[in-house]
Design a protein. Structure first.
Length: 272
């Protein structure tokens, strides 16, 4: 009887030790994940409340994606963006210089209205009569007032052969066009002579084909007597850092092109 009693005590001791080790382990994990365990636990409790009490079922994936998106937005950094799904595909297509759409490059006016900066020659948009300077108003009958650039682009893009209705204004006149989407090869550079001795190059995005397009535009402007150059980066969302360095290499003879310092590393730089 005493042996059984001692054995029971040993089992209980092992259970207590295991619980203590689990608590220590979980505490260590919490401090490894975050420097504010209380806030992290609060986040988990809030997640559970939303999951349990929302009036209709919601998937964990949706909640997790929303949480990550909120984290990035909370940084207050306009250059930090969380991309996934269609947004990521759209960005990659832009970097590769190819996508399915109607062939326009969109910017914004001073009044934050979406405006067509450039219509790609021989594109569906060009065939439909859209022009640079047209102000976009609706897509498939839905007003796009206040929409983010990515949301507008995604609503216009779609599978080749499908139709999209674009509402726009030109001056005081309003128009709408049903346009059939197609495969689009995006020119990332446009150029012209701004004056007899001044060249102008607008870079819409730093895609993989941008350095070769820039090189061709630069040579063309030099052949026309260019002595000075304006490079326009307005409405440029960014792109490949390799493309930026390649273009800088074409116009700078030496010096530092870019540098950055990782959070926990030595400074990085690209020289030419």
């Amino acid at each position: 009887m005493s042996k059984f009693h001692m054995s029971w005590k040993n089992v209980l001791l092992h259970i207590v030790l295991c619980l203590a080790l689990c608590i220590v382990f979980l505490t260590g994990v919490l401090y490894w994940l975050t420097d504010d365990p209380q806030a992290f636990i609060g986040f988990l409790c809030n997640y559970r409340t939303v999951k349990a009490d929302y009036y209709e079922p919601v998937s964990d994936r949706v909640l997790f994606e929303g949480a990550v998106n909120g984290m990035v937005k909370s940084l207050g950094d306009p250059y930090s963006t969380y991309l996934t799904g269609e947004k990521l595909n759209s960005f990659i297509q832009g970097i590769n210089g190819e996508y399915h759409g109607i062939g326009i490059i969109i910017g914004f006016t001073i009044d934050k209205e979406p405006v067509i900066l450039y219509v790609i020659p021989n594109s569906p948009a060009a065939s439909a009569g859209l022009k640079s300077g047209d102000v976009l108003k609706s897509v498939d009958g839905k007003s796009i007032d206040g929409w983010e650039p990515n949301a507008i682009s995604q609503s216009i893009q779609g599978e080749s052969g499908t139709s999209v209705k674009i509402g726009y204004t030109r001056g005081s006149e309003s128009y709408s066009s049903d346009i059939i989407r197609s495969d689009i090869n995006i020119p990332s550079v446009s150029s012209s002579m701004a004056s007899p001795d001044t060249g102008y190059i607008h870079i819409f995005i730093f895609a993989k084909n941008t350095p070769s397009e820039f090189k061709q535009a630069l040579a063309d402007l030099k052949s026309k007597g260019m002595q000075k150059l304006i490079i326009d980066l307005r409405m440029n969302p960014g792109g490949s850092i390799e493309s930026v360095v390649d273009i800088a290499d074409q116009i700078l003879s030496k010096g530092l092109v870019l540098s950055y310092i990782p959070k926990n590393g030595a400074p990085k730089s690209n020289m030419i």
